[in-house]
Design a protein around this ligand. Sequence first.
Ligand code: G6P
Length: 610
Amino acid sequence: MCGIVGYVGSRNAAPIIVDGLRKLEYRGYDSAGIAIHDGKGIEIVRALGKLVKLSDALEKRPLNGTTGIGHTRWATHGRPSEVNAHPHAAGPVAVVHNGIIENHVAVRAELEGQGIKFLSDTDTEIIAHLIHRELDQGAPNLFEAVRKALGRVVGAYAIAVVSRAEPDVVVAARFGSPLVVGIGEDEMLCGSDVTALLSHTRNMVFLEDGDVVELKQNGYRIETVNGTAVDRKVKRIDWSAVQAEKAGFKHFMLKEIHEQPDAIEATLRGRIDLQNGDVHAGEMGVTPEFAKTLGRVYFVACGTSHHATIAGRYWIEKIARVPSVTELASEVRYRDPIFFPNDLVVAVSQSGETADTIAAVKAAKAAGAQVLALSNVLDSALPRMADGALYTHAGPEIGVASTKCFTTQLAALLLLAIYLGRQRGALSKEQGQEILQALWETPSHMREVLGDADYMHVIAKKLTHAKDVLFLGRGLGFPIALEGALKLKEISYAHAEGYAAGEMKHGPIALIDENLPVFVICPRDSHYDKTLSNMQEVRAREGQVIAIATKGDEAVMELAQHMVWLPKVNDDVLPLLTVLPLQLISYYVANLKGNDVDQPRNLAKTVTVE
Ligand code: G6P
């Protein structure tokens, strides 16, 4: 996830673009850059690190001109560095890009074969070269060149482009990544979201997938990539600047909850080989030979990431038929753990910087184990230490309570299990296809569940005075019970416990009375009958059941006070759905209590101390 801004008008473009980028820094801040047409040619300034570094660089080397583009980066391909910072130039053009180009390896090889030299490790640079090639081959203008070039690109993008030959034009386009056009007075802008543009105009056009737009000082035109002219409605945005930063949501956490379907799409993009029921290994560093011979998958993680690994362990054992354990990193580092050289140690960490997880990985490496880092942050400490990386590509998560990073970790872990299962022959092509198809459909099922947010609000209202809340689940419902309890505790400050439903009789059952709300994760999966019996035990003691169940389940309906319905899906993708209502309910409870949802007391997003 990156932020992009474009400007063409009569004012000096650079300060306007930098101001827009400041509003977009929440989308990433690994590097920033700007390209301005100064009337003679295009000048580019880029800087590693936060936007302030770019501002410093611009003070030393001011850029003057009324047309330009800018970028703030969340690295996905190529480490954070000045060379990999956008804009990327090729011949007369400069490009900024947000998204992931899936076929960049093949296109890069083709272009290199034609003698083109690449300067960066990014996927974006191919776009600049493709546009340059179209211009060389006779495209009449930048707009046509961009349109044609995009015909070669597979993946997700929002781009903005300038060209030396057209000092008063910005061309922009989107497919899968957001892009908004702002219609100002004697000026036109574009940006990744409305926040970047709101101080200049409230009249916006939300581009749709496949749209290419040409912006000039006094107007714009939109065509699809295929060359059909289209008309998009102009909308007036009345949000305040603060509202807009959160895309109209009250808190980042709520925004991030709703971003999950898109985030999962980003995790899956370019990794699924549906035809062979397989997964591309990418940068995982796990060769098919090692996958066949490894003896154990050993997970280490903390907090929410640890909960993801419990699901990971279930999948690894069930799908890949490899023994698997998961350990809290803070425990591993102070024990005398045993690792074997044929262990695959998988460190799961949103930030990639958690001190305990790093220490556990050091112990694993010292014992000669192979390490795979599953992280959201490119080139953070854990991926740098590890033998391979599996990135979740969820984009920056600002809310301290993790939501989209958790579900994208789940998706990535399921991909890992499928990959190992296929290499080891434990999973047939058809079985692989079935799970991958279910995973592929998950974002749309997530949208369906998130569409019931108002009902979660109703349930939350009943919970604002609860002092203790119990969460029960079995199988893949167990880590979700733990995660549901953690979410509620972190932001609403209510005491909550997550338990394996089968363990209820060994303790928590003593807590149950008419005042105890009990969430039971009870979809129609292979554990259904057993979990239903636990629900009956709760009801027999007057506990208040809130069930997360499969649509239309009458047996559950008879027992529960509140029901949250889920679509019927493949068992293996269930945790990506069952957690959604729990995140929403926790959010609403905390909000109703007036708590600081995004920055709950005493917590930190990244824990770099032990
Ligand atoms: C902190 C955060 C949690 C996170 C945990 C592990 O406690 O508040 O949301 O799950 O650290 O962080 P990591 O970055 O390693 O996933």
